[in-house]
Design a protein. Structure first.
Lengths: 177, 579
């Protein structure tokens, strides 16, 4: 039986958290915006490749789609409790969501100091590769915290890097001592 | 509200009956089953749940868990009634509340996204407005500023806070520009509407600028009251450059005209009069004079241009004042009858030279505006040109004098100072044509000194010359009308041209001449006919016709002279009497 691990998708509202999960779990996408309230749990089995220390195995990701932060309502810390990892999501078209990345990282690590984070700069299909490269460099938060393992430009619409971030996070959680 | 109770191994010990309907999980909640199978939201919270069971944490809640279309809240707390520590998990259906919350949240978030988009657009427009180098001002209907960009602040020196709510017209020169709370005229200056309306503006520091405004009316939505958007560009530099180029062009034209005038005309009076008129017109002067110096302290007005002057200054004398080797006029003191000339500090005097000698002054008066450096430079060049004209005119005058002297020498007989034969021929041609035109008669007298060779042989040539001079003098004295010409025709022969003279008058004049010469009583001991010098004269008269020849008239006079000689000399014969 696969081991289950809780991960959370955290970020400002309308950055595409639900869309990333839907693309990852159901391989579907919709342009229609339907805001998430509270939290919704999704599950997906992920194959983790063998490493030098571990054999290949499966992990069941319990993916918490958490209601996004607005200027009037912060993210409820109780949702993050017990998570092994998080994908912190921002919208490359909205500067404020990028600026808030660090706040979300800090909140997650405050509750889960041993957790693992991947940064997703979502809606990458809407900007030029040049701007994307600039943003990836500017928000490479892995430079400042080893528990932030990487930053990706993602697109739930095109599927760009979606599976990669989930799989890389699952791998990191499993291999983390 | 439903509930589950589990032990520390997460086995369900008790549960309410309606859970299945709420949780919608494939796995049925059953006693001794793992609570995490029916509530996977608890996975990862095991450590926390232990602290709750042990009483170290009184309560933990997870709100708004969505399961298909239903929402519920979970509350985790110790279950104290059990004999062994157990965990009570309450499941509270919040579907109705959460759906409402979702609907409200959806609207709020969409509004926030729209607001964000709008604020981005506004921020973008603001940035564009702030970075453009042109002035951008928006006013309300009353012409009071409600938006100014950075370029406006930089150009005029006022801050946006100082300008907002003030009338646009405070930026304009000739409008009240001190920012006060006083009510100014409450309307937009509609004459600004249009493209590139140039307005003289004034900055906070008092600097005057020329700004080209393009203003348009803006009606926002269904508002009745229009607003006005004004874009302004500082064109001061361009305007100054244009004005300088125009002045330069005018100056070049002035200098060119005067130079051309100097080249084309050697008449100094004409050059000087044109100069004062052009300077007065193109530089908008009150008065322009040219004074010819009579000495170092006094000058006489030769030319002037002064359209508004009531008095005529020409010919009057004024006192020049020398100061530190510069000629100035502290005041132009008039002579007794000369009209006074008001003198101001900025009036100009340029010294004019002739062959490096002080000749006179170019005096220029203008009271309405100060002189620019370009104008002063132009006037210095112009004064130099006038001096050149004076030099040229003087050289021309000297040349004319020399020519006249040469001409006189070429036309006169060196001994007698009478006209020579060449000059006589010229006179004859002129008078011949005149007589044809006026249908008058023309007469000629040929006179020859009788036995002059014998006179020369006896008295010598010097005495002969003196004799000829005396005869010439008497001939000139005898012929008194201005148009009459007496010439030495050659040797001892003289010829007289008499316009408008009939043969009666001719005969009378010849006899007078003959008598006058005889009366001179110049001794001539070798004359066979008398003891003094005598003349023989032959005259002819003719009314010239268009195709007749003047030489015929000379020939006739000569033939008459020959007849006089044949008749014994010392007599006068008319050609008409012998033919």
């Amino acid at each position: 039986m696969a081991i289950s691990k809780k991960i959370c998708l955290v970020g400002d509202f309308s950055v595409g958290k639900t869309s990333l999960i839907r693309r990852f779990v159901d391989d579907q996408f919709s342009d229609e915006y339907l805001s998430t309230v509270g939290v919704k749990l999704s599950r997906k089995l992920v194959d983790v490749d063998a490493t030098a220390d571990n054999a290949a195995r499966q992990v069941e990701l319990l993916i918490w789609d958490i209601e996004g932060q607005t200027q009037f309502k912060a993210i409820a810390p109780s949702y993050l409790q017990g998570a092994k990892g998080a994908i912190i999501v921002a919208d490359v078209k909205r500067d404020d969501t990028l600026v808030h990345l660090q706040n979300h990282v800090d909140l997650f690590f405050k509750i889960n100091p041993k957790g693992t984070i991947i940064i997703a700069l979502n809606k990458a299909d809407l900007v030029t590769p040049t701007l994307l490269a600039t943003l990836l460099d500017k928000y490479a938060l892995q430079r400042h915290n080893p528990r932030v393992i990487d930053t990706y430009a993602t697109s739930a619409k095109t599927g760009q890097a979606v599976n990669v971030i989930f799989k890389q996070l699952a791998t990191a959680i499993l291999t983390d001592p | 509200m439903d509930y589950l109770i589990c032990d520390s191994d997460w086995k369900i010990q008790e549960l309410s009956l309606d859970l299945q309907d709420l949780l919608r999980e494939e796995i049925q909640p059953r006693l001794n089953g793992d609570i995490r199978n029916v509530l996977p939201e608890l996975i990862g919270l095991e450590e926390l749940m232990i602290t709750i069971i042990q009483g170290e944490c009184p309560r933990f809640e997870i709100e708004g868990i969505q399961r298909t279309s239903r929402y519920f809240d979970l509350s985790l707390m110790p279950y104290p009634q059990a004999t062994t520590p157990q965990l009570l998990v309450t499941v509270c259906d919040t579907t109705e509340k959460m759906i409402l919350k979702q609907e409200l949240g959806q609207v709020a978030k969409e509004a926030e996204l729209a607001l964000y988009t709008l604020s981005r657009a506004k921020s973008y427009i603001d940035q564009v407005m702030q970075v453009i180098s042109d002035v951008l001002i928006v006013t309300n209907t009353a012409g009071r500023m409600k938006y100014v960009n950075k370029a406006t602040e930089e150009l005029f020196g006022w801050t946006a806070a100082e300008l907002l709510h003030q009338p646009l017209t405070i930026l304009f020169a000739d409008f009240p520009r001190v920012i006060t709370g006083q009510e100014a005229r409450s309307e937009f200056p509609v004459w600004l509407l249009g493209r590139d309306v140039e307005v003289i503006c004034v900055t906070r520091r008092g600097e005057r600028l020329m700004v080209a405004f393009s203003c348009t009316q803006l009606r926002v939505g269904h508002s009745v009251a229009p607003e006005y958007v004004c874009v302004g560009r500082d064109v001061t530099l361009r305007k100054r450059t244009e004005a300088r180029m125009l002045r330069q062009s005018q100056h070049d034209r002035l200098l060119g005209e005067i130079t051309r005038n100097i080249r084309q005309s050697l008449e100094l009076d004409q050059v000087l009069q044109t100069t004062v008129q052009l300077v007065q017109q193109l530089l908008h002067c009150d008065r322009v004079f040219i004074l010819k110096a009579e000495n170092h302290i006094q000058g006489k007005v030769l030319h002037m241009a002064c359209p508004d002057c009531q008095d005529d200054y020409i010919g009057h004398r004024y006192r020049l004042h020398w100061h530190n080797s510069h000629l100035t006029l502290q005041a132009l003191h008039c002579d007794d009858c000369a009209p006074p000339i008001p003198w101001e500090e900025q009036d100009l005097i340029f010294t004019l030279f002739n062959q490096s000698q002080f000749w006179g002054s170019l005096v220029i008066q203008r009271s309405h505006s100060p002189w620019t450096s370009e104008e002063l430079y132009l006037l210095r060049q112009l004064a130099d040109q006038v001096s050149i004209a004076i030099d040229q005119a003087e050289l021309y005058r000297q040349l004319q004098q020399a020519n006249e002297a040469l001409q006189a020498q070429a036309d006169s007989d060196a001994l007698t100072q009478l006209a020579n034969r060449r000059a006589f021929e010229a006179h004859l041609r002129r008078e011949w044509q005149l007589a044809i035109r006026e249908s008058t008669s023309l007469s000629i007298i040929f006179a020859d000194v009788d036995y002059f060779k014998a006179y020369n042989d006896y008295y010598g040539h010097p005495e002969g010359d003196r004799c000829l001079v005396k005869i010439a003098h008497m001939l000139r004295k005898s012929v008194q009308r201005p148009a009459d010409v007496v010439a030495r025709y050659g040797g001892e022969e003289f010829i007289v041209l008499l316009p408008n003279t009939q043969k009666e008058g001719l005969m009378h004049l010849m006899e007078n001449i003959r008598q006058a010469i005889a009366n001179l009583q110049i001794p001539h001991v070798r004359s066979p006919i008398t003891d003094h010098v005598t003349l023989s004269l032959g005259g002819a008269t003719e009314q010239p016709q268009p195709y007749s020849d003047s030489q015929a008239l000379i020939l006739h006079a000569d033939q008459a002279l020959y007849a006089a000689k044949s008749h014994g000399r010392n007599c006068a014969v008319l050609w008409s009497s012998i033919c």
